[in-house]
Design a protein around this ligand. Structure first.
Ligand code: HEM
Length: 229
């Protein structure tokens, strides 16, 4: 128990959560690389990465399904911590303070800040719509059964939504680089207590409370064990 007392780190993500996240990230990037050639001829050479245009066309929807499955698991895991709370609205209202690094003026932040929560909800919306529109234009599996007007609308929607998802991902990666220590969190799964207190003070307090209770229980357990004989 003395180990927990002196441990300067907090666990932010379990191994399962990290593997899940990186599978989403890798499949998402592959999805973008295999989708861009069909968006504009400028990206046509990217088809070489997937064994040519035909293979790219065949693989893209299957990579999409894999990504959707991985994302669905991650979305369930991160659902609770992504719910928008009152202090998140205040955080968003003070976005200028966020951008100017005036952290001391910001309201308390839980495990995720409002920006991270927005990324979650935007991705949830985009990926759901990408799945629906993607299936609608999937030829020859589904697409041919769709009326042509619907297929055209789905195709247009698919491209616009993909664009929004890519912009969201760029913002997500940029914020990870901006807040130093975030990548460590998703790679190693842990952050220093100082980092947690600085960037996610509410979450830090909750974790410290859990740690205090845990220590209290094991202290009681130890002392009752000593009294027993
Ligand atoms: C492709 C490169 C990606 C990189 C480099 C990246 C990086 C990161 C990092 C560093 C974190 C930890 C942030 C923290 O704990 O403070 C994180 C968390 C997260 N990532 Fe990613 N990510 C990527 C792709 C994605 C994709 C494609 C999605 C969803 C479609 C996604 C969704 C999330 C979510 C929901 C979290 C937890 C909440 C948050 O911190 O935003 N990530 N990511």
């Amino acid at each position: 128990m003395s180990l927990a007392k002196s441990d300067p780190y907090l666990r932010r993500y379990t191994l399962g959560e990290r593997i899940n996240h990186w599978l989403v990230a890798i499949s998402f990037v592959l999805l973008v690389l295999s989708g861009l050639p069909f968006f504009h001829p400028f990206f046509w050479s990217l088809t070489g990465l997937f064994g040519g245009p035909t293979m790219t066309r065949i693989l893209h929807p299957w990579i999409g399904l894999f990504m959707v499955l991985m994302f669905a698991i991650m979305a369930v895991r991160f659902f609770k911590e992504s719910l928008i709370r009152r202090h998140d609205i205040q955080w968003l209202k003070q976005i200028n303070d966020v951008l100017l690094n005036r952290d001391e003026k910001l309201p308390p932040v839980g495990k995720n800040n409002a920006g991270q929560k927005l990324v979650y909800w935007l991705m949830l919306g985009c990926i759901s719509l990408l799945l629906i529109t993607g299936v609608m234009i999937w030829q020859p599996l589904v697409g041919e059964a769709m009326p042509i007007t619907l297929r055209r609308l789905a195709s247009l929607g698919h491209a616009y939504i993909a664009f929004l998802a890519i912009v969201t991902l760029i913002v997500h990666i940029y914020s990870g680089m901006w807040v130093k220590g975030s990548f460590q969190a998703m790679v190693r799964g842990r952050v220093s207590k100082a980092w947690a207190r600085h960037h996610h003070d509410l979450w830090y307090e909750e974790e410290m409370e859990k740690e205090r209770k845990h220590r209290e229980i094991s202290r009681r357990h130890d002392s009752s064990g000593q009294e027993a004989p």
